[in-house]
Structures are given as C-alpha cells and as structure tokens.
Design a protein around this ligand. Sequence first.
Ligand code: AMP
Length: 442
Amino acid sequence: MASNEEEEVHTFASLGVCEQLAEACDALGWKKPSAIQVQSIPLALEGRDLIGLAQTGSGKTAAFAIPILQALLEKPHPLFACVLSPTRELALQIAEQFEALGSGIGVKCAVVVGGIDMMAQAIALAKRPHVVVGTPGRLLDHLTNTKGFNLRMLKYLVLDEADRLLNMDFEQEIDEILKAIPRERKTYLFSATMTNKVAKLQRACLKNPAKVEVSSKYSTVDSLKQQYLFVPAKYKDCYLVYLLNELSGSTTMVFTRTCESTRRLSLILRNLGLDAIPISGQMSQPKRIGALNKFKAGERNILICTDVASRGLDIPSVDMVVNYDIPTNSKDYIHRVGRTARAGRSGLAVSLVTQYDVELYQRIEQLIGKKLPEFPSEQEEVLLLHERVNEAQRIATMKLREKEGNKKHNKKRGDGGDDDDDDDRRFTGSKNNKKLKRSKGR
Ligand code: AMP
C-alpha cells in the first residue's frame, strides 16, 4: 500500500467511519486507512458515486465495503448491495472482507460464481443475504432462473476491476444486470486502469461521480527489484530451476502463458523436489481454492499460474514473481509483478527472456519506462542442472500422457474425471533432491 502524507494523519474515525466499523478495522490489525480509503470513504459517506483508480493491494475492497456496511447499519435490509467481480477468486476474497468487517454486525454474504453448484447458491440467495458478490455471468443466470431472487431493493452496486470485467467480455451481462436493478442506487466503479471501455461504462452507470486515484497508471513500487534473465529457449526450464534454487525458501509465483504449462512445470519441479502447485482457469473451482489455500498456508511455496490468477488474489507475502513466459499484453506484467513488494515489503521480479521474446520484453521496458538489470548467472553453472531437469521433463511428459489417457478412459465410463492438479508425492521421488538445494538467496 503506497504511503503518503495524508495517510499519516487520518484514522478511520476521522474519515467518518462509525465506531463499530472502526473497531472492526482495528481488530483486523489495520492501524490506519490506506490512501484509497482516505480518499474514497468520506466521499462515499457523503452519498457520492465513485470512480476509483486503484490496484489490488491498495485496500480498495475496504474502500467500498466500509461505506456500504455503514449504510447497511443505518437501514438494514436484505439484498442491499451487489458486487461484480471478474473472477471467482476475487469474488470470494471480496465476500471474505465484507464478512470480516461485518462480523460484529451480523452481515450475511452470498457468493455466486461459475463452476459451483447453482442449487447451493440458490439456497444461499433464498436466505436473503445483505451482500451478493458474483461474477456477471452467474449472477445473471440466477436473476433469470432462480425463482424468488431479484435485486429490486438494491441500494449499492460495485463494479470491481472494471477494466478486467470489460476485457473479459462481460459487457452484455453487465448491461442486462443494470436493467434488472433500480436506477436509484449508489454505484462504485473500481478499476486498475482507465480505458475507453471503462469510461463508457462509467457514463452508462454512474451519476456525477467523484474520482479518486491512488497510484500513477503504470508504475511499479520502489521496493520492487525487477530483473531479467536472458535464456536460450531450449534451456528455459533449466534456468527456471536454477533461479528457484538460487532463491530457495522464497514464496514464489511463476507465471506461464498456458494452463498446460502450469501443469507441466509443476510436475517437473515437484519431481526435482521443489514444492510447486499449479493454479489455472482449467481447474475446477474447489481445486483452485484448495491450491490457493495450500499456497497461502505455506504448504507449497511455489505457485505456478496463468494470468487468470494474476489479479485479484490476496496473497500477502510473495517474495518473488517469475515471468516464465513473458506476457503478450504488457499491462499484465504490471499486474503480475504487483503480486510482490506489497504493503511496503520488498520483492523481486525476474523475467525469463528467450530469443523469441525480445520484442515483447522491450515493450514492457517501454511501458515501465526503464531498462532493467540482468539477474546474475553463469550459463555453465546453470547447465549443470541440465541432465536432471531433462529427466524430470521426461517423467512429466509421461505423467501428463498417462493422465490424459486416464481422463479419456474415465469419460468413457462416465466418471467425468476432474483435472488432478496437485498430485501426491508418489511421483516426486527424485533421489537427487538434496543436491539441488543450495544456500538461500544471493
Ligand atoms: P485490496 O486492495 O482490497 O485487495 O486489499 C489488499 C490487502 O490490504 C487485504 O489483505 C486487506 O486486508 C488489506 N488492507 C485493507 N485495508 C487496510 C488498511 N487500512 N491497513 C492495512 N491493511 C489493509
């Protein structure tokens, strides 16, 4: 969270936050409001619509949750607020924050996201929660198909990560949802970036909004050390293992371009005795949550993910971000590296640049406006790992084929065969594990 002078002098109470909620913040260990909260909360409490430019990690969720909860306290009724989120994970985190802040006042939330049984969600909606958090597609599905559920009493609508909602082509669903809710309401629109589409959405659904902004558009924080590593494409896995080994013990997120790579890499790394776990859009929702929880709890220290996982996830202590694949969309670089060096901590981001990625990488340097230093490495030393990485790659390929075969077989038998993305350690029996471990850090 960026600190600025304003933050120093404010307390939640001085922003107009009522005692109960200020106490809830205190109980969460929040000593003072973050910059986005300082700016947003008083305006929201005045009854203004808000457009907020802020990224995950800025404290933006509480910036909209606190005013909503305060209004709910004054006039409690069911189906009071609805928050639209681009991803299931973010939706769950938003609901968690509402519940954490509202636990003392008995706030009920329901989460309606895809990939989870509609029926269970319909039952949760029938209990008439105060706050509904969901992804647009599934929410619309319930508005259309769940008997007795409507949002006609809604007082607050939040569009979170609006740029992302729009990039994911949720425009039509959002339009439909807007038709199903009262015009007389407050609307908060939060977005990491201000795009043309976001501006259009703002015009369509906000009334005379106050604009709040906390960080300049594409900046990365100073406590973040960014480096690149030039790697021949054929030795990319070897370099990844080298890097992880050099910084063993760090909590790391490794970003890949495809779901397939998350699985392949985590099999390779686990075979080499590293504690990796994949998370991607292809996994079932319970598996994604399970994987994330293992990572959060420290049972696994390397999370391999696609960009689906790169935003919205509240993982407070990532030491390092590795761009195994350079993102095709440069802005994703900012979101990815934003997973580390959060809340004033330091962090490291390393991008593996092959001979095919030079142009993409240069675009990123242009976007962030600086040339990054190289991560120091000796190719000879890296290639000492080559043989073992090769063997691990071979076993991973075999294992993936085996799984593919099993899945087909299960499908034929009608078992469905969910993706198994966190295998047990039967497979990880590399005898050479110890040799891989070196002293921590450099
Ligand atoms: P967000 O930007 O909403 O994803 O929030 C990022 C993280 O900051 C979450 O883990 C929040 O619990 C935490 N947080 C929110 N507000 C504060 C605050 N005022 N002080 C400290 N942490 C906060």
